[in-house]
Design a protein around this ligand. Structure first.
Ligand SMILES: [Zn+2]
Length: 312
């Protein structure tokens, strides 16, 4: 089996990454279902894919990415428009799975695909609902720790005794989860004291714990600070434009929220305040950057750092 794969990889180097891409688009199609149904508390297995008009979607109109392009973004049954987000998530999952395959050894790549799938679900649910369901954050953390125990290659552990490898790797997963969640927890507490409003939610605390379980404490620390950096690069221009156009509208909306909660005419003011931007997607992007190639630089940096301070 392995020999056959090695032969394939040697003679047709594009073939396995292409498989990973196609596999990713199929998984992405399932992730679309999860993103849509899990927050609504519906089963992700039953019923099968249905159009919003109620018609079931046959499998030949449900081919990832392609069907959307062939049907030009419209439903075959009722001509309703389908969001471009569906094929985009399928395509994104495909690309990330292929990168996973190219960047890692086969076992780590397959574990990484699970990590990527969780990140994508959590990201888009956070965009839509400003929450990260526990089954992704806590569930992912538990799975990450268990996989760390089972597969020492996940944390690149090599020890003379096999049992020592498993224990060391499992401890790496646990430490990653605790450091990640702890760091974000304390930053959110300090942020609340300093700015008198919650900067990050409980969901973000658990989410970085999940990233740490898969990537170790270095990955969790990078996700936190990398996410904050990405957040400021993306958000500062947006907030400035909002300021210039609306002249500080943000504060009014925030003040208006508590009083207007039972007024009929002011339902329009229930936009999330401009300060409320989901932090999960930025954490996820930073976690991906770490996992899909940046880890060697980050780990080398942290090693120098610890050598300097602790001297070993
Ligand atoms: Zn329809």
């Amino acid at each position: 089996m392995i020999e056959a794969l090695e032969f394939l990889d040697h003679d047709f180097p594009w073939m396995l990454p292409a498989f990973a891409f196609v596999f990713g688009t199929i998984v992405g199609s399932f992730l679309n279902v999860c993103i849509y149904r899990i927050p609504a508390g519906r089963s992700v297995v039953f019923p099968g894919s249905t159009c919003s008009c109620g018609e079931p979607i046959p499998f030949y109109h449900n081919i990832p990415v392609l069907s959307w392009c062939i049907l030009r973004g419209r439903a075959h049954c009722c001509d309703q428009k389908f969001s471009v987000r569906y094929p985009a998530i399928e395509f994104l999952t495909g690309v990330l799975f292929a990168v996973c395959w190219l960047q890692h050894t086969p076992v780590v790549a397959i574990l990484g695909m699970l990590f990527v799938a969780f990140l994508i679900c959590a990201t888009f649910i956070d965009f839509d609902h400003m929450i990260i369901p526990d089954r992704f954050s806590i569930g992912g953390m538990v799975i990450g720790v268990l996989l760390s125990f089972a597969f020492p290659v996940l944390h690149a552990i090599e020890a003379p005794l096999p049992i020592a490898e498993h224990i060391e790797s499992g401890v790496m997963g646990i430490v990653g989860a605790i450091v990640g969640a702890g760091l974000v927890y304390w930053i959110s507490v300090l942020g609340e004291v300093a700015f008198r409003k919650p900067a990050m939610g409980e969901g973000d605390v658990k989410f970085v714990g999940f990233i740490g379980a898969f990537c170790g404490w270095q990955g969790a620390v990078f996700a936190m600070f990398g996410g904050a950096l990405i957040g400021s690069v993306v958000l500062l221009p947006l907030l400035m434009v909002q300021r210039l156009r609306g002249g500080g509208e943000g504060e009014q909306v925030e003040e208006a929220l508590p009083e207007s909660s039972d007024c009929d005419g002011e339902a329009d003011e229930f936009y999330p305040a401009p300060g409320q931007v989901p932090f999960g997607p930025m954490l996820a992007v930073a976690g991906l950057i770490y996992f899909l190639g940046f880890s060697k630089y980050v780990d080398a940096y942290f090693n120098e750092f610890t050598e300097f301070f602790i001297g070993y």
